[in-house]
Design a protein around this ligand. Structure first.
Ligand code: UD1
Ligand code: CA
Length: 430
């Protein structure tokens, strides 16, 4: 059966103590709402995100990244609460799945458990020894009777260990029928979505509790939860890529963005960070290196190297303390202590220790182009824009300010002068 999905993301998220809207806080490189949206996209072509706080900012971020998402602005002043969030929503399909935008760990498989049955309403239940913070699900003879929010619980009800994870699948016509009937007669004076459960039960509808894993349905409400969700997601990402053939040394020290991908046999040593949309193919990233939004193919990087966005490094060796930004290296060796920015370097070239591309004049950025088989001597500066043709040799310590033609030597060093016995004249004889 086709489903519509509604993602609730209108809440303020005060407990995050942040100016950033809660659902835009990132986990593994993406706002948590995006993880949730992607799980929804695997299930449905009719997705509505309910917004209110910072609606414009969140909507803009979604539109930049996803197509065909509908938006609904909650009338949160008159109808606050999760029930108020659903007022006026018109799902296209017979069934509606309701998700929270602060549930970044939810998986497609877990959601299928809620959808793939014939009950009028299915709801996610977690069994918790410490149920604090959640609505309690009252179950009698295996059947849900109603849900009581923590703030509305009697001391006895507070002991209930079955809690509402906040995800529901229900027949869309029931949603349309019950939402307008909700009231706000409760401690928080909010319109509780959870009250539709009791309405449905009273009309003899089947409400099926589905027990779900705490990890997958974890809601992020604080920065502590955010860090915890990140740990869980990272463990999952690393496991996935190890199963796909990536070798990891001390995996728990490695960070991998959810947008990164690996091919062939890659090695990630301890302390490596793979940030952004990276593509690594037969790459060996040595300890404590950072690779950001770049492609690394048949190359080794580090230890302690930093590859910044928009770099493409192929068949190359990049050693320790080398920083590369927006550069293409193809068959290059840059073994030590260099900054290579806005550059293109071709096959057979060797970049000596301490070489710097001076790509910025204080106003604009310029390119350095280095041809094939160029030997750039140690401690040289290449002042961009500059073109160094094939088969060029640059003497150590040269400041290159002019283009160099094929086959030449460029050297700008002050000639060496030796003054005999200067030491003794200056310091005296020992
Ligand atoms: C809700 C449930 C509670 C459940 C918990 C699971 C209700 C009344 N209670 O609690 O039983 O245990 O989720 O996490 O539904 N939101 C809106 N508009 C609003 C209020 C909230 O869109 O007016 C969104 C939030 O952005 C969030 C989601 O709904 O994504 C849940 O809101 P939150 O305040 O975290 O949940 P509770 O109401 O505490
Ligand atoms: Ca609330």
């Amino acid at each position: 059966m086709a489903v519509s999905v509604v993602i609730l993301a209108a809440g303020q998220g005060t407990r995050m103590k942040s100016k950033t809207p809660k659902v835009l806080h990132e986990i593994s490189g993406k706002p948590m709402l995006f993880h949730c949206l992607e799980a929804a996209q695997k299930l449905s072509d009719d997705i509505t995100v309910v917004l209110y706080h910072e609606a414009e900012m969140i909507e803009k971020r979604i539109i930049e990244n996803y197509k065909n998402i509908h938006f609904h602005i909650q009338d949160a002043l008159n109808f606050p609460g999760t029930g108020g969030a659903l007022r006026g929503i018109e799902p296209r399909h017979e069934k509606t799945l309701i998700l929270n935008g602060d549930m970044p760990l939810v998986t497609n498989e877990a959601l299928h458990k809620l959808i793939d049955n014939n009950a009028d309403i299915t709801m996610s239940v977690i069994m918790l020894n410490n149920p604090s913070g959640y609505g309690r699900v009252m179950i009698e003879n295996g059947k849900v009777t109603h849900i009581v929010e923590q703030k509305d619980c009697t001391p006895d009800q507070l002991l209930t260990k079955s809690v509402n994870a906040g995800v529901y699948a229900l027949k869309s016509d029931l949603l349309k029928k019950y939402i307008p009937l909700l009231n706000n007669n409760n401690v928080q004076k909010e319109y509780y979505l959870t009250d539709i459960i009791e309405m449905a039960v009273n009309e003899g509808k089947t409400v099926l509790p589905i027990e779900v894993g705490e990890e997958e349905f974890k809601g992020v409400n604080s920065k502590f939860d955010l860090a915890h969700a990140e740990e869980i997601m990272q463990a999952g990402i690393r496991t996935k890529w190890m199963m796909e053939g990536v070798i990891m040394r001390l995996p728990q020290t490695i960070y991998i963005d959810s947008r990164a991908s690996f091919e062939g046999e890659c090695v990630l040593e301890n302390g490596v960070s793979i940030i952004g949309k990276c593509i690594l193919k037969n790459a060996h990233i040595k300890s404590n290196s950072v690779v950001e939004s770049s492609e690394i193919i048949n190359s080794d990087i580090g230890p302690m190297a930093r590859i910044r966005p928009e770099s493409i490094i192929q068949d190359s060796h990049v050693g320790n303390f080398v920083e590369i930004k927006k550069s293409t290296l193809n068959g290059v060796k840059a073994g030590h202590l260099s900054y290579l920015g806005d550059s293109e370097i071709s096959t057979g070239s060797n970049i000596g220790a301490g070489v710097i591309t001076c790509n910025y004049d204080g106003k604009k950025k310029y390119k350095t182009i280095i041809g094939k088989n160029v030997f750039v001597g140690s401690d040289s500066q290449l002042v961009a824009p500059v073109i160094i043709e094939d088969d060029v040799m640059i003497g150590a310590g040269t400041t290159v300010t002019q283009d160099v033609t094929k086959g030449s030597l460029a050297v700008s060093r002050v000639p060496q002068k030796n003054v005999p016995n200067f030491f003794y004249k200056f310091f005296g004889k020992k």
